[in-house]
Design a protein around this ligand. Structure first.
Ligand SMILES: O=P(O)(O)OC[C@H]1O[C@H](O[C@H]2O[C@H](CO)[C@@H](O)[C@H](O)[C@H]2O)[C@H](O)[C@@H](O)[C@@H]1O
Length: 367
């Protein structure tokens, strides 16, 4: 362990599985399941800087470290799709598995409900997508689970009837409007609040100021985003030659903050409190808040849709509970614990619309 205490996430712990997800022997609640990611303290020496750089290069699905042999990419893709079929193609099987259970929907934001764009402040969601999410929320408990700060993601989604888990699940709030009576406040029983990292707030503010003053002026294109309980250092618009200096600068700032850890998303370094909380924990918290604490009962069908490494924690929770379906949004083969795939936000929208139609048909048949 270094005195800096920066933690590197082991994304290689992710494994494939097919639908329905097999149960593991130990549930994730309380920690210790066999699929838990291995968060290891690392010495930030030259070798580790090198592996971070490799990981930064791999953080965009379009970026290949090596060109594939002719035909190899197709074979790899076919093999991957066989193991992670399209949630649209397998929709009927999914609907059959969900029959008689309470469906609950969990949606990541960036790359899932909005396409990835260069400027994080412009990652808006289309009105069509908003209507699709609104339709789902009118029928099923629905949550947005995002790395963004909760207020920011709410300003993009603008649907008060949803649950919001911002800052990678470290800031959870229940609906502030009833999904079926738009504009009417929800009753107090639906108002959930969970902020497991609240004591870190002053430190996060301090580190945010330090990162803005040290990183942005010296690394052209770098952008630091304050997500309240986590900080995003974006390098999507940074020349690749400056990625190592950028990483060194972030590392230098973190040297004085042993309680923080560094993780990676899509062309972004993320600074977070070193607590055992992630999107998987947020998913478990929300399921409990919705009355589905018991992982052994087959009464709920959670559907989690996400595109990023951070969503893998939630996919692993579903697999460990043997409940519902994890859906990875990606058109490229990736290591994942999700069962299904969708290619892009347009397919996510189609999937959400289908969920609404199937549920409406079921209501008609039952009446
Ligand atoms: O959990 P998410 O809702 O997926 O949020 C993860 C991060 O998303 C945003 O960054 C990503 O999207 C940007 C806009 O498309 C893109 O420019 C950036 O390269 C991506 O990493 C957001 O800005 C971050 O704060 C979130 O942590």
């Amino acid at each position: 362990m270094t005195k800096h205490g920066v933690v590197l996430e082991d994304v290689a712990a992710a494994r494939h599985f097919s639908f329905p997800p097999p149960r593991t022997t130990t549930p994730t609640a309380g920690g210790g399941d066999s699929f838990r990611k291995l968060a290891a303290q690392v010495d930030l020496g030259a070798a580790v800087v090198g592996s971070w750089l490799d990981s930064m290069k791999a953080s965009s699905p379009r970026h290949r470290l090596m060109a594939p042999l002719p035909g190899a990419a197709d074979a790899e893709h076919d093999d991957w799709m066989e193991r992670h079929p399209s949630a649209l193609d397998r929709f009927d099987a999914l609907a059959a598995a969900a029959k008689g259970k309470q469906v609950a929907v969990f949606l990541d934001y960036d790359g899932t409900l909005s396409p990835i764009v260069e400027d994080p402040d412009r990652a808006v969601m289309t009105d069509e997508m908003r209507e699709a999410v609104r339709g789902v929320a009118a029928r099923f408990p629905t949550a947005i689970v995002s790395g963004r700060c909760r207020d920011k993601v709410f300003s993009f989604v603008r649907l008060a009837e949803l649950y919001y888990a911002g800052s990678h699940g470290m800031d959870i709030r229940g609906p502030t409007a009833d999904p079926n009576h738009h504009g009417k406040a929800a009753d107090s029983s639906s108002s959930v609040l969970c902020q497991p990292a609240s004591e870190f707030l002053p430190v996060m503010e301090e580190v945010y100021a330090a990162l803005v003053s040290r990183v942005e002026p010296s690394i052209p294109g770098a952008k630091v985003e304050n997500n309240k309980f986590c900080l995003s250092v974006h390098f999507r618009c940074v020349e690749e030659a400056a990625w190592a200096p950028l990483f060194e600068l972030v590392r230098a700032v973190l040297r004085d903050y042993p309680g923080l850890r560094l993780t990676q998303g899509r062309k972004v370094l993320e600074v977070r409190p070193m607590i055992r909380w992630d999107k998987g924990k947020a998913l478990e918290f929300l399921l409990t808040a919705l009355g589905f604490a018991d992982a052994d009962k087959d009464d709920v069908f959670p559907i989690y849709v996400g595109d990023d490494r951070t969503d893998e924690d939630a996919f692993r929770v579903l697999r460990a509970r043997g409940q519902g379906a994890g859906i990875l949004v990606s058109r490229f083969p990736k290591e994942t614990s999700a069962s299904f795939t969708l290619r892009d936000p347009a397919e996510v929208k189609d999937f959400l619309r289908k969920l609404v139609v199937v549920n409406a048909d079921a209501d008609t048949n039952n009446s």
